[in-house]
Design a protein around this ligand. Structure first.
Ligand code: ZN
Length: 322
């Protein structure tokens, strides 16, 4: 297998209220808030990054909190329809109870490819799953509200819902060098060469019905990991020759990105592993201040005036006890 794509880098979704998003992902699910910044293409909107202790690729979920009055997701084909997280074996009972105490409706436990899982939604309707697995995981965030025996270990997989699995499969295998792994009904699983978190992805074929529309509770795009800038450019060249329309390489401060739409209409990104989240904040302070890229620093005052203030959970700071 190739080493051009090492699995999922991050997944980006749309949220409503920024504080509610903080409270759910850091305060309830126990992910670490890695970065509080803005959408570089729309600096009046926040961009939050969550993940493991170090922001390892394959553990990162990011949000644009676009406001609670925005249009909601319309489910259907052409979207990433679920994000799955790894939890240790035996952790599901804890999570079922924790979700129940917060009045979150739980579907399952159910079995998929021989592993136990539950499904539920975040406050904006984003479909999440927890899967009990021994899959290799990210670096545990020790100061979150969930004990290490049950804590989320990184992204397990994502579900790509498309009308026809074939063209998307062809891109995953031929372009991104993933390998078919298993199939169950209309769900097909693929695995990447990397040994880290986020190495699995499922294609769910839904031939009937309409295309989905991105809105609150929807995944905006899924990003794939590439080890360095040179490999990213190579991949960009290959995909361009195959007829894909790709963005130029964009500097996202924590990685560099190229975007394109896969044949099933889902927005894909190829993101470099370097430089990572420690480029503008030390490891023990990740997520504690509003970080802006250099080109927006001159507008900081205006930007801060527009953004709704949010309180970073105290336990997000290294050393603070939950
Ligand atoms: Zn992205």
């Amino acid at each position: 297998m190739g080493k051009k794509i090492l699995g999922i880098h991050h997944i980006t979704a749309l949220a409503g209220d920024p504080q509610e998003n903080f409270d759910f992902y850091a305060g309830f699910l126990g992910l670490r808030l890695l970065k509080k910044t803005v959408n570089y293409d729309d600096p009046q909107t926040y961009h939050f990054y969550y993940g493991d202790a170090e922001g390892s690729p394959g553990t990162v979920l990011t949000f644009f909190p676009v406001g609670a009055n925005s249009y909601r997701l319309s489910p259907g084909a052409g979207l990433v329809s679920a994000v799955s997280w790894s939890v240790p074996a035996g952790a599901l009972e804890y999570w079922i109870q924790r979700l129940g105490t917060h009045s979150i409706e739980v579907h399952g436990p159910f079995e998929r490819f021989g592993e136990r899982a539950v499904a539920f939604q975040d406050p904006d309707g984003l479909q999440l799953e927890l899967v009990e697995t021994a899959e290799v995981s990210g670096k545990l965030w020790e100061y979150g509200p969930v004990s290490r025996d049950y804590a989320i270990r990184g992204i397990y997989s994502a579900t790509l819902t498309v009308r026809n699995h074939q063209p998307t499969e062809q891109l995953l295998i031929g372009g991104l060098e993933l390998r078919p792994m298993a199939a169950e009904g209309n769900r097909r699983r693929y695995i990447s060469a990397s040994g880290g978190p986020g190495r699995l992805v499922d294609i769910l074929e839904q031939a009937e019905g309409r295309y989905g529309i991105v809105g609150l509770g929807a995944v905006h795009h899924i990003a794939w990991r590439t080890p360095d800038d040179r490999t990213q450019l190579e991949l960009r060249g290959t995909l361009e020759r195959e007829g894909y329309a790709l963005s130029p390489v964009l500097d996202r401060n924590y990685f560099r990105s190229v975007y394109f739409r896969e044949p099933g209409r889902i927005l894909f990104e190829i993101a470099t592993d370097p430089p990572g989240f420690m480029v503008d904040e030390p490891a023990d302070r990740l997520g504690t201040e509003l970080k802006l890229p250099r080109f927006l620093e001159a507008q900081r005052e205006t930007i801060e005036r527009f953004l709704e203030p949010v309180a970073v959970p105290e336990f997000n700071k290294s050393g603070a006890q939950p």
